[in-house]
Design a protein around this ligand. Structure first.
Ligand code: FAD
Length: 527
């Protein structure tokens, strides 16, 4: 349990998903790069991505169409300029991925095949079977480990961003389960991925605990839009089985949602039916379960069985292990936390509000998703903004300025909380119940009080154990992220995109067409 002499690098990247790896490739020619991941290299949300990556490259598509679809999904809160960067730069970086060896599905004549997903107006999704993320991750890791200036440290849980005199000086991490180390560098990129594990039901792997958000917040950086969580409507819903994602691409290929009587029901909730936006479908499923008292299923029984199994081999295999033949049986499904639209507030170059600290990928909030993410735009975001953060890290340490439509969330509780320990499972259950698909003031206020106390208890625990116990840090990060999400959800008294308040079911542009930001440093003023 000792802190060793500190090591140094020119650039530190926390995270080995699509954003971290693309940034590493940009930074390798400029100096010594260290990538830290908290598990195996392959464990990341990127590795589990199924459906594909969106890019306006196919027939009948255009930049304007992709921008329009992204803005429509974002429900009035996208940063249009960031969306244009995403969409315009996307095809260039996807072509580069192909040059690096990523193999996407093609027609017999060799042309790229584009899939359709909900809320996209044209076929736009490049895919590699139903395991697109695994293929992208493979190609990127192969490239990055071959770069002589890049060092990779796996099983390293980063616990702190070191800030000296308001400027980043490096990071602290726990190696294995007990050795605390410092790694010094003037530029740090947080590319730590999603936060699905903050909720009791999630499609995300165990590593997705939102650590980057907690790290940035403790370092004094601004976080934004954390109330916007996307709940995927169709995770496998079987007692004892993990909530494996049943991709939207199945509905894109014609799969139908049916209730326990076999009736297709989604048109009762939205005219777009099974391909309505994810939050609408997720709430439709919960309401249908309440109305009928029975489960909801996805069925592909009306489609060609050989084609179904060939197009979705990974999903077919996962379901087979749970005793389900996807071509012949109905698949029981239900909603689960899937994607975090909010995160560490950044500009279009990944700069945060702390000089020298950058963020990219799912942990960042660039504003491209607004209140709801368009399916398959997140891999693209990691790729494009990972590259841009890498470029910016070579050039400048300046912090991002505050944008005009940012409104601070009150950060300080009125009464100092009495520390109350809450186990990780308790936090996840609480978040699923209070900050899940149907939110209310009463439930959120109760959750905020308990999470405030849990955060205080976790921080005490970290201090008492001198910070070298990885399990205590995990708990501390989980409690911090849960508190920030619940507090933002309580503050937003309207419904928009992924955020649904049962007590404020309408969208309120007059008061809430703004981003809620929070930071530990003195509250920023409105410009
Ligand atoms: C099941 C599933 C299916 C999806 N399908 C799609 C899809 O089809 N298309 C699409 O666009 N998006 C999809 N997504 C979302 C997409 O995969 C993610 O948004 C994206 O991959 C995030 O990439 P990232 O680089 O930001 O982070 P990740 O890929 O999650 O990588 C995070 C990295 O950070 C490391 N890390 C985290 N915390 C720490 C710490 N404290 N210390 C050290 N290292 C740390 C992890 O070890 C990991 O290496 C899907 C997500 C899931 C879960």
């Amino acid at each position: 349990m000792t802190s060793t002499a500190s090591d140094s690098a020119d650039f530190i990247i926390v995270g080995g998903g699509i954003a971290g790896l693309r940034a590493a490739s940009a930074l390798a020619p400029a100096g010594r790069v260290v990538i830290l991941t908290k598990a195996e290299s392959s464990e990341s949300n990127t590795g589990y991505a199924q459906g594909g990556i969106a890019a306006a490259m196919g027939p009948g598509d255009s930049m304007d169409l992709h921008v329009a679809d992204t803005l429509a999904a974002g429900a009035g809160l996208c940063d249009e300029s960031a969306v244009r960067v995403l969409v315009n730069d996307g095809p260039r970086y996807v072509r580069e991925l192909i040059e690096w060896g990523a193999r996407f599905d093609r027609t017999a004549s060799g042309a790229l095949l584009f899939g359709l997903e909900a809320a996209h107006s044209v076929h736009r999704i490049l895919h590699a079977g139903d395991a697109t993320g695994r293929e992208i991750s493979r190609a990127m890791w192969e490239r990055v480990v071959a770069l002589s200036t890049v060092r990779v440290v796996n099983h390293a849980l980063v616990t702190d961003v070191l800030v000296e005199g308001g400027v980043v000086a490096g990071i602290r991490y726990v190696e294995g389960e007990g050795v605390l180390r410092d790694l010094r560098a003037p530029r740090v990129l947080l590319a730590t991925g999603g936060a699905g594990q903050v909720f009791g039901e999630t499609t995300n792997p165990a590593v997705a605990t939102g650590d980057g958000i907690a790290l940035a917040y403790r370092a004094g950086a601004r976080v934004a839009d954390l109330e916007f969580v996307q709940f995927h409507p169709t995770a496998l819903s079987l007692v004892g089985a993990p909530r494996f994602l049943i991709s939207e691409a199945l509905r894109g290929e014609g799969a139908k949602l049916v209730n326990s009587q076999g009736e297709a029901f989604m048109r009762r909730y939205d005219s777009a039916g099974d391909l309505a936006p994810r939050d609408v479908v997720a709430r439709g499923i919960v309401r249908e379960v309440e109305a009928t008292g029975g489960p909801v299923f996805l069925t592909l029984q009306h489609l060609d069985p050989d084609r179904v199994r060939a197009r979705f081999p990974t999903i077919a295999e996962m379901c087979r292990r749970a005793g389900i033949d996807i071509a012949r049986d109905r698949i029981p499904v239900g909603p689960a936390a899937h994607y975090m639209m909010g995160g560490i507030d950044t500009d279009e170059w990944g700069r945060t509000s702390v000089a020298g600290l950058f963020a990219a990928g799912e942990t960042a909030c660039t504003g491209v998703h607004g209140a709801n993410r368009l399916a398959s735009n997140s891999l693209l975001e990691g790729l494009v903004f990972g590259a841009r953060a890498g470029e910016a890290m070579q050039q400048s340490a300046a912090a991002a300025p505050l944008k005009a439509d940012r409104v601070p969330v009150p950060a300080v509780a009125a009464i100092a909380p009495q520390p109350e320990a809450l186990a990780a499972g308790g936090i996840r259950d609480l978040m699923w119940r209070a900050a899940g698909l149907f939110r209310t003031r009463e439930r959120l206020a109760g959750a905020v009080a308990r999470l405030d106390a849990a955060c205080a208890a976790a921080l005490l625990d970290v201090r008492e154990r001198a910070g070298s116990d990885a399990a205590v840090w995990r708990q501390c990060n989980l409690a911090t992220v849960a508190l920030l999400v619940a507090r933002a959800a309580l503050r937003r008294e309207e419904s928009r995109g992924g955020h649904f308040r049962a007590d404020f079911p309408a969208r309120d542009d007059l008061h809430f067409r703004v981003h809620l930001v929070e930071s530990q440093s003195p509250s920023p003023t409105l410009e």
